[in-house]
Design a protein around this ligand. Structure first.
Ligand SMILES: [Mn+2]
Length: 430
């Protein structure tokens, strides 16, 4: 009997192991293509200098995660390096710290600049010792007319040090690299879209699992745990953002992250929870009734939010629609403000208190310009909501969409039940 049980457990573990997916890095050619696009933007005298993220003592509590822009251009996940790109002539150098064998006993083996496979692994033309960065930069600047150095100006520490050792030769950091990088990052390539799709599929599984497990007496944290556990079983390495699971009054608090309440029959739960798959985020929200059945009032508000999302999606025109106040936002707002009433007989527009959506990519709130038309390769959310604190009733429905090459809007997360009947059916099939 014991032996049989052990065998079953072993089989279950094996199955879990075979369905798990390893971290997926795109090809070296994909990252190089991005660096070459940066070089085009840099032109004759531009130099890009970018820092990898650094580890801190906090790493015991939070895993190190690479800086988004650095990862976008390198696909390299280890801390403390740097990157230099020049426009004309094209040069790319990845700077890495030398091996620290003491530290590597704690962190595991890392790639060093003198490793024989450093070029093959990273796909860079040159890999250099990090300590040589200021000399290399000085060399480049001394041979470049009117050089302009671009850095991420939200991260001034290492740049200030270069100023101190006079590596800029008076050229100084001229521009914020974030502008050009956010332009490039706003259009996702096929590899990026595939990863966001996988993040979305794992997150759909998490929302379905939550619908099947939610019940009165359970805490919001326990429900969040079901969801995080499910998307990690489906290959996500981490939550893409702090999971928001808010029931009752908490459903009306937009970024409620305490998740400390207890689910009570008669309340709804807003579940804004998404996983990160191989560095790429998705962003998905569903609102469900704790009891498994919406009350007539909850269903009324729910259907208005759902129809507002559909109105925005139906109105979408690639190359024309924008996310901003005059664009899709207005369509969703107008729908909400012309349907339903609050307890005083007022329209509901004032209860839609946030933006309709935002770009999604390496970051769940990816950089992007809300005034620019949405175009093929862009990934973003549509997330209308109505939050009525005096009724302890909040409803948000959020999905992540991509604009396909033909301009059609494709929903990546809509397999998570969304029509109220489908939600109730998913909840009774537990
Ligand atoms: Mn969102």
């Amino acid at each position: 009997m014991r032996g049989m049980r052990r065998l079953l457990i072993a089989t279950a573990l094996l199955l879990a192991a075979t369905t798990a997916v390893a971290f997926e890095r795109q090809s070296n050619a994909d990252y190089k293509a991005r660096r070459q696009r940066v070089a085009e933007k840099l032109g004759d005298n531009g130099v890009l200098l970018l820092w990898a993220g650094t580890e801190s003592p906090e790493e015991l509590r939070l895993t190190f995660r690479q800086d988004d822009n650095f990862y976008y251009l390198t696909g390299f996940r280890e801390p403390a390096g740097a990157l230099m790109i020049t426009g004309k002539p094209y040069r790319e150098v990845l700077f890495l710290p030398v091996h620290n064998t003491q530290q590597e006993r704690w962190t595991g083996k890392r790639l060093g600049p003198s490793d024989a496979d450093a070029l093959a692994v990273t796909g860079f033309d040159r890999v250099e010792v990090l300590d040589h960065l200021h000399e290399e930069l000085a060399k480049v600047l001394s041979t470049t007319e009117r050089a302009q150095v671009y850095t991420d100006q939200s991260n001034k520490g290492p740049t200030d040090w270069l100023m101190r050792v006079n590596a800029f030769l008076g050229a100084g950091p001229a521009g914020d690299a974030r502008k050009m990088l956010s332009e490039l990052r706003s259009i996702k390539d096929a590899g990026e879209i595939a990863l966001i799709k996988k993040a979305s599929e794992a997150t759909v599984a998490a929302h379905i699992a939550a619908m099947k497990s939610a019940k009165p007496g359970m805490t919001e944290t326990q429900l969040a745990g079901v969801m995080v556990g499910t998307f990690m079983q489906h290959g996500c390495e981490a939550p893409a953002y702090l999971p928001i699971v808010g029931s009752g009054f908490n459903s009306t608090v937009l970024h409620y992250g305490e998740n400390s309440g207890t689910l009570q029959s008669g309340d709804v739960i807003v579940m804004d929870v998404g996983g990160e798959y191989s560095m790429y985020a998705t962003d998905v929200t569903r609102t469900i009734p704790v009891s498994g059945k919406f009350t007539p009032r909850q269903r009324e508000i729910y259907e208005i939010v759902l129809a507002a999302q559909r109105a925005a999606a139906d109105a979408f025109v690639s190359g024309t629609s924008t996310m901003g106040r005059t664009g899709l936002q207005k369509i969703a707002y107008d729908y909400i403000n012309s349907h339903g009433k609050d307890s005083k007989g007022d329209t509901l527009g004032k209860y839609f208190i946030h933006g309709l959506g935002h770009p999604v990519g390496l970051n769940v709130h990816d950089p992007g310009d809300p005034t620019k038309p949405l175009a093929p390769g862009m990934v973003f959310t549509l997330e209308p909501g109505i939050y009525i604190p005096e009724e302890k009733l909040g409803v948000r429905i959020e999905d992540t969409y991509v604009v396909a090459a033909d301009g059609k809007l494709v929903c990546l997360s809509c397999a998570a039940p969304k029509n109220p009947d489908e939600v109730e059916r998913a909840m009774t099939s537990r």
